[in-house]
Design a protein around this ligand. Structure first.
Ligand code: SF4
Length: 309
């Protein structure tokens, strides 16, 4: 059983190695925009969902793989796992990359959960509403969850946590955009290091609509100091694509070499390689713990030669 997934290209975290402490779609909310589909069983009960020792062993085995963040996320709300604290603390001791936790913020009201999450380097809580009515409409929470208490939980977490907090606000057309002013004021009052605005991009649980690009840009006036979560431009500039493919035509390069050769930041290099990989032009390999790329033709030829031996 695999409890780690990726590394995947995350719009917020670059190359992210995910850790999934849950069984599929375990959550205390049933957000209308959720890309995992509907939540079958809404529950706020913290439980053990996967064998902890096996999960820790997998973290140990993958600790040298290249990634920018080890990220607790996955099949629902990670704070519902009663093993979160032990797993995050273990990851901090074991992995050199920073550790991130993505949460819907609901359980930050609990001092125990705040302590467990605070072992991470970066916490990415979300806040989609400022009023109870919009909270019900967009997040469809489990019984007993109250938006006022969740906001207090985020504020209290800020007082206790000295790491980075990147607060995500998901904006859905006609659902919560009319209270953007209020959400902006509340978001600001929780004093995050960054406020990141998002809209529906992946297939949502319900047929809801994203805000347009112009509307998202207008949101930046309502949320001063916020940033838009970047949407990848799924094209590689022609000259860069040509240069990368040429450099990989007969040799294999590490990601660092690709950055150096083509004067690219690691995030751009990852992004471009991922797109070329999706297009079937290059192939990734992990060699001695390093992320490398080579042309797909070379890789196919190697595999063929190996099969003939
Ligand atoms: S909190 Fe996250 S996992 Fe849970 S329903 Fe909402 S978007 Fe999906």
């Amino acid at each position: 059983m695999e409890y780690l997934f990726g590394p995947v290209l995350s719009r917020r975290l670059g190359l992210s190695m995910g850790v999934d402490l849950l069984r599929h779609k375990t959550c205390n909310m049933d957000c209308i925009y959720c890309e995992l589909g509907r939540t079958g069983c809404l529950s706020c009960r913290r439980e053990r969902f996967v064998p902890l020792q096996e999960l820790l062993q997998e973290i140990r085995e993958k600790r040298n793989e290249p990634f920018d963040y080890l990220t607790f996320a996955g099949s629902g709300e990670p704070t519902l796992s009663q093993d979160l604290g032990r797993a995050v603390a273990f990851a901090k001791r074991t992995v050199s990359a920073p550790v991130a936790v993505i949460t819907n913020s609901s359980l930050l009201v609990s001092p125990a959960v705040r302590r467990e999450v605070a072992a991470a380097d970066v916490v990415l809580p979300s806040l989609d509403a400022a009023s109870p009515a919009v909270f019900q409409k967009i997040d469809r929470p489990a019984q007993g969850l109250k938006i006022e208490e969740i906001i207090q939980g985020i504020k209290q977490f800020r007082r206790e946590f000295s790491g980075e907090i990147w607060l995500e606000v998901m904006l859905v057309a006609g659902i919560n955009d009319h209270e953007a002013d209020l959400i902006a004021r509340v978001a600001e009052s929780t004093e995050p290091d960054r406020i990141q605005l998002n809209t529906v991009i992946r297939r949502p649980a319900e047929p809801v609509l994203p805000l347009s690009e112009e509307e998202m840009l207008r949101m930046l006036e309502i949320f001063p100091g916020a940033e838009l979560i970047p949407d990848w431009d799924w094209r590689v500039p022609a000259d860069i694509s040509k240069r990368i493919l040429e450099s990989l035509s007969s040799t294999l390069c590490t990601l660092e070499e690709i950055c150096r050769l083509h004067h690219l930041s690691s995030i751009d290099a990852i992004k471009y390689c991922k797109i070329l990989e999706n297009d079937g032009l290059i192939t990734r390999r992990i060699i001695e713990g390093k992320l490398c790329f080579q042309s797909s033709k070379d890789r196919a030829a190697e595999t063929e030669q190996a099969a003939e031996k």
